[in-house]
Design a protein. Structure first.
Length: 511
């Protein structure tokens, strides 16, 4: 019989458990602990100073247990425990952080000026550099970012880069539909050593699976329509890790149109969100004068029903362009279908809606997809998603991938291991063009990967090495070779279709 005495649990470990359960809200508990390192504090005063609920303070004091000395209702940590708690929970870091100075503002202005022009069709209005930094400071000063997963849903304002300046140790993920923004963020992050990961997604089709239930903090500055805010908030809610997570939304409306503000707030309420705070005129913009070049910061707390309610989508979400709320869905006249059929050598009965979030399976009749009202990235994403022998896409004649020989060559070379492309400008009329893609037999790891764009990059490349390079390779050795080849090992756990275009090109070039 074992009669060895059991080790007494250390109270500091119990406190650590409470902070871990609090997630990004642990900063508030650390503020309570900081108060307990000084002179004895009355319980009521401790609650007042920190604005932490009575039950939470009671739970924390109970966890501290023997490390707490109490006189009546006044408490503080014992002399022997204070230094240990200061060190373990970094309590000395809770003081007021230094505000951003002119140098950081100048750097942020350079990031913005060096970035892509605002896309009117995507409702881009640029925030001032001071605003981007204010957002980053607010996150740093109100949440415990150590080990936190921070997500920016859309990031034309480069809030991710501002966080890199203000809190360089905090990893940030950005998901956006604009390839230009993703490439700019990647470029600056590499130059400055920021820990920023970028992913591509059109929110109408969903978010990359790796982000579902992942984020502790989500920031978004969505299109200012009820549909836009509703969709962005829905996708953000799918990404929230749990009840301690928070969604931060930038939104503004004119005092002349309170009904619009009410509709937008209703979208957030339909998701089961609680408005924990609304900070008026927090954000400032270059433009957006209809709302005073300013918007508010909504801090939203999810409820137990939020994740279940985050199920809907909205096809029209912008205020400008073919994807605007007011846009009328285009239909293809019969002469369109006839002209397209002549190019394909078959009869075409209808155009299909795009859907690159899932693989396009083989079918007998060549599918023709209508991308006339789609953002530029959809053409590449559809080529990644497709595995039929022949695909065709109807696009605008000024589509960025076909407007010049150089653009056509770049797209053709990118997908060459999978598809051979033909470009028919001014077909079926002067405003449109037809892109035809014919499947080629994969004879390389790159081709193997392109035909499996919805699988994990690392796993697919490993199997491709075995299939096309050396059948004698073990999975372990093949995996090691893939890791050695990959420009970014972090991309190996992602789907190819979720990577920004420039990183797809880098990866395929290595393969």
């Amino acid at each position: 019989m074992n009669t060895a005495p059991h080790a007494t649990p250390d109270p500091i470990d119990a406190v650590q458990g409470l902070l871990a359960d609090a997630g990004v809200l642990a900063r508030r508990l650390r503020e309570v602990l900081a108060q307990l390192t000084g002179e004895p504090v009355e319980f009521d005063e401790l609650v007042r100073r920190t604005a932490v609920t009575r039950r939470t303070v009671e739970d924390l004091l109970a966890a501290i247990g023997p490390d707490l000395e109490s006189t009546g209702t006044a408490h503080r940590l014992t002399a022997q425990a204070r230094d240990r708690y200061r060190e373990r929970f970094a309590l000395d870091e809770l003081g007021a952080s230094a505000p951003t100075g002119p140098e950081q503002v100048a750097l942020m202005r350079g990031f913005i000026d060096g970035g892509p022009e605002p896309a009117v069709a995507l409702d881009h209005v640029t925030a001032t550099p001071e605003t981007a930094l204010r957002r980053a400071e607010w996150l740093r000063d109100n949440y415990d970012l150590r080990g936190a997963n921070v997500l920016c849903v859309g990031d034309h304002d480069l809030t991710s880069l501002a966080l890199g300046l203000v809190a360089p140790s905090v990893p940030v993920t950005v998901v956006d539909v604009d390839e230009r923004i993703l490439q700019h963020i990647d470029t600056v992050s590499a130059e400055r050593g920021f820990d920023v990961r970028t992913l591509h997604a059109d929110l109408r089709f969903g978010v990359p699976p790796v982000l579902e239930g992942w984020a502790d903090l989500v920031f978004t500055d969505p299109p200012y329509t009820p549909e836009g805010v509703g969709l962005f908030a829905t996708r953000a809610a799918e990404c929230l890790a749990g009840p301690q997570s928070r969604l931060l939304v930038a939104y503004g409306y004119s005092p002349r149109t309170p009904a619009l503000g009410h509709k937008v707030q209703q979208e957030l309420l339909r998701l089961g969100m609680v408005f924990e705070a609304i900070l008026p005129r927090f954000h400032r913009y270059f433009g957006a004068q209809a709302i005073g070049s300013a918007s508010d910061l909504y801090v939203c707390q999810p409820t137990a029903h939020t994740r279940k309610l985050a199920l809907r989508q909205a096809p029209g979400i912008y205020t400008h362009g073919p994807q605007s709320v007011e846009a009328i869905e285009a239909t293809a006249p019969p002469e369109f279908l006839t002209a397209i059929g002549e190019r394909l050598g078959t009869r075409v009965n209808s155009l299909r809606d795009p859907g690159w979030s899932r693989p396009i399976n083989r079918q007998q009749q060549p599918p023709v997809y209508d991308l006339r009202s789609a953002p530029g990235p959809w053409l590449l994403r559809m080529l990644l998603a497709g595995n039929t022998d022949r695909l065709a896409f109807l696009v605008d004649n000024n589509h960025p991938d076909i407007t010049s020989e150089r653009a056509q060559r770049a797209l053709s070379e990118l997908v060459a291991p999978k598809y051979r492309l033909r470009f028919h400008r001014s077909t079926p009329n002067s405003r449109h063009a037809l892109v035809v893609a014919d499947l080629v037999e994969p004879d390389s790891v790159a081709g193997y990967l392109l035909q499996r764009a919805h699988g994990k990059v690392g796993n697919v490349c490993r199997e491709g090495l075995i299939a096309h390079v050396d059948p004698e390779l073990t999975k372990r050795v093949a995996k090691e070779r893939v890791v050695a080849l990959a420009p970014r090992t972090s991309d190996l756990d992602l789907r190819l279709i979720d990577l920004p275009r420039h990183r797809i090109a880098e990866l395929l070039a290595k393969l």
